[in-house]
Write a protein that binds this ligand. Structure first.
Ligand code: BYC
Length: 314
């Protein structure tokens, strides 16, 4: 069969909503962009454990500590499902980790901001997980089978994460003046970086055209960002707080909220490695990798021992 036929069959499957599976023929660029996106997503989950992990020992009660611990463990699990999904495309976990640790691979810009107060745990759950869910609900229907299936379970856990974040802020918003101020301050600091999570404007999004054609993405960066703003602009009223954007205003004609200009210079600076915590985050991952080397060595030695035993028995 000609490559052209393979391409036609591939595109037909996409157009008729048949999932692409690991052993199916796929264009190199489809394989590459899935590896790129899924591995970036996996790295985001793993690096994303750091800003919240920072608060586990300082959570204000045993209950809060147990919830936060469970949430951070969930993120580790998400990273593992996603690394496995990327491996089905022919890349190895070692390669992906290497790319993260050497700074070659990207991960979400949002995790390069510091977590200064307990209210940040609420703002991350509500805004960061909230933004992630909107994006990830779309990804449950992405065209690559293993990625789509991983996302179904991830989304169930993320919706619990978002609710726990909102509840932290709800309690603070009904507390003392100091607690209210802490709540508002966290919202002020996390709002704009959360909007950047959806990626650059559609006009600057280099990967979107092909990703939409191949149904890896089904909604554009700007469309998802607008959905998020519309949702949060309503939810913030329940908290009795405000979003730090003087231009945020309901537009009756468009049936959407208008909003102010995002600082794209800040976004690209963070993506290029110059955000407030980029260096700290990579150092923490490198240290964890080094500290875990004995586990990898022990697992390899155990596997070799078992192989030898099996050869002897055979
Ligand atoms: N940060 O062409 P574009 C979580 C890059 S974790 C950094 O629009 P695309 C959680 C982009 O990679 C869940 N880089 O790209 C965990 C591209 O560069 P390359 C995180 C960004 O892929 C712990 C370039 O900019 N979610 O929930 O079509 C605790 C041009 O962009 C960012 C995911 O990872 C960014 N924000 O669309 C709490 C979702 N945005 O690769 C919570 C999976 C863009 O060409 N990813 N770039 O060098 C996606 O859905 C898509 O990759 C994006 C970007 C919508 C993010």
């Amino acid at each position: 069969m000609e490559v052209q036929n393979f391409e036609q069959i591939f595109q037909q499957k996409i157009d008729t909503e048949i999932k692409i599976e690991p052993k199916d023929w796929m264009p190199d660029a489809y394989r590459k962009t899935n590896i790129r996106q899924i591995s970036q997503h996996a790295h985001s989950e793993v690096v994303g454990m750091l800003p919240e992990g920072n608060w586990i020992t300082r959570a204000p009660s045993l209950k809060r500590k147990a919830i936060l611990l469970a949430k951070v463990q969930d993120e580790a699990g998400h990273g593992l499902y996603l690394y496995s999904a990327a491996e089905t495309l022919g890349t190895s976990r070692d390669e992906m980790i290497e790319q993260l640790l050497t700074g070659k691979a990207k991960y979400s810009s949002i995790f390069n901001y510091p977590t200064l107060t307990w209210a940040d745990m609420g703002a991350i759950g509500w805004l960061v997980d909230g933004a992630a869910i909107l994006n990830q609900v779309m990804l449950c229907r992405t065209s690559y089978g293993p990625y789509a299936r991983a996302m179904v379970r991830i989304c169930k856990e993320e919706s619990f994460h978002q609710r726990q974040g909102f509840e932290i802020l709800l309690v603070l918003s009904k507390g003392t003046d100091e607690q209210k101020a802490m709540c508002q301050d966290a919202i002020n600091r996390w709002w704009w970086p959360s909007l950047m999570m959806f990626g650059p404007k559609d006009s600057e999004s280099t990967n979107s055209d092909l990703s939409m054609k191949w149904k890896i993405k089904r909604k554009s960066n700007d469309e998802l960002r607008q959905n998020f703003i519309d949702m949060i602009a309503e939810q913030v009223k329940v908290l009795g707080m405000i979003l730090p954007d003087p231009n945020l205003k309901w537009n009756e004609e468009k049936k959407h909220y208008d909003f102010g200009e995002i600082n794209w210079d800040e976004f690209w600076s963070v993506v290029k490695g110059n955000g407030p915590c980029n260096k700290q985050r990579l150092e923490a991952r490198k240290k964890a990798h080094q500290n875990g080397s004995w586990v990898r060595e022990a697992a390899l030695a155990y596997a070799e021992k078992r192989n030898k035993k099996q050869i002897k028995v055979a």
